[in-house]
Design a binder for this molecule. Structure first.
Ligand code: SAM
Ligand code: SF4
Length: 312
């Protein structure tokens, strides 16, 4: 079955936020003094499994767990095992990498094949300044372990003017050396990043210009609904750009989002959604139509909710 919204977009991907809590404190994502949802408000293991299974029957093909930091959810293992009972075309996770290493065998056994790790610096000091965490080495070890275990591994790197933009060539070299794709993200106007935006934002075009000084870059073709546009470098690096601000991809967006408390949302920038918790699965087709009708056609300028709350 194909899910289409009122503008004909094929909706086939689902982001599932397991928690809004996190063990890092990235300055652009997590506001100081953040408070998290109490455990009683979170969808249970069974609710996550059954909601996702129903959405799969209605046409969702790919699932990715996210957060906050998904690995800090105490029931992480059971949730992954539950999601594994649905036959996804693609099952992935986005993680900060800190607890990921120890979860990799479980993820592999559950059929999770795609691992995205957020890593904004290759320098331990800058990493600490950005994330508040001293565990840079542990994150690198998890990335290399995931690669050696056969996962499709991508690194997500937000490029901030004046903080890590000098590391663009280092990331290019890291990609070539380790066979890991690096995707450079533009800073989006989300939550605490709104206040930093004017000073820190760097457009993808400028990142590309700076990288081309160091290596030749050949464009590669991406799926129509891909959020990134990719290149292969002469020295074998694979890189991509997620230019959500300068080149929004809303026209081809194929995503839905399920929040940790059970709200189905149509867009990262839409601060409303429809509650699925407690609803009869027979109502899901109607609810899906309602949510898809909320899906904006173009990029909304900003959202004041923090990214850990939305489920990035
Ligand atoms: N904790 C996990 C992680 O960091 O990978 C998963 C959740 S995190 C909210 C998902 C992604 O959102 C990360 O790659 C993070 O860098 C990105 N992100 C958070 N705030 C952002 C912003 N304002 N602009 C662009 N990307 C952002
Ligand atoms: Fe945590 Fe990810 Fe947000 Fe960083 S970006 S604070 S790791 S949820």
């Amino acid at each position: 079955m194909h899910l289409r919204d009122s503008h004909g977009r094929h909706i086939r991907k689902l982001r599932v936020q397991l928690t809004d809590a996190c063990n890092f404190r990235c300055f652009y994502c997590m506001p100081a003094g953040s408070r998290f949802q109490p455990a009683s408000r979170l969808l249970s293991v069974r609710e996550i499994e059954s909601i996702c299974a129903f959405l799969s029957m209605l046409g969702v093909e790919e699932v990715r767990v996210t957060g906050g930091e998904p690995t800090v959810r105490p029931e992480f293992d059971a949730i992954i095992a539950g999601l594994a009972r649905t036959p996804w075309k693609k099952f992935g996770i986005t993680s900060n990498g800190f607890l990921l290493g120890e979860k990799l065998p479980l993820l592999r056994d559950a059929g999770c094949s795609h691992v995205n790790v957020s890593l904004d610096s290759l320098d331990a000091g800058t990493f600490r300044a950005i994330t508040g965490s001293p565990h840079f080495r542990k994150v690198i070890a998890a990335i290399l372990r995931a690669k050696s275990m056969g996962f499709h591994v991508k690194i997500n790197t937000i490029v901030f003017r004046g903080i890590n933009d000098g590391e663009l060539p280092d990331f290019l070299a890291f990609s070539a050396d380790h066979g890991v794709e690096v995707r450079f993200l533009e800073l989006m106007r989300v939550g605490p990043a709104i206040g930093e935006h004017a000073e820190r934002f760097m457009p993808a075009r400028e990142m590309l210009d700076r990288l081309e000084i160091h290596d030749t870059l050949e464009p590669v073709s991406d799926r129509e609904d891909s959020t990134s546009f990719g290149f292969r470098s002469g020295r074998g690096a694979r890189i991509g750009f997620i230019a959500s601000e300068s080149k929004p991809f809303c026209g081809a967006c194929s995503r839905l989002r399920l929040s940790a408390t059970g709200k189905l949302r149509s867009c990262l920038f839409a601060d409303t959604g429809v509650e699925l918790r407690g609803r009869d699965p027979l109502d899901y087709p109607e609810i899906l139509q309602e949510v898809m009708a909320m899906k904006p056609t173009g990029r909304l300028p900003r959202i004041h909710q923090a990214m850990n709350q939305i489920g990035g």
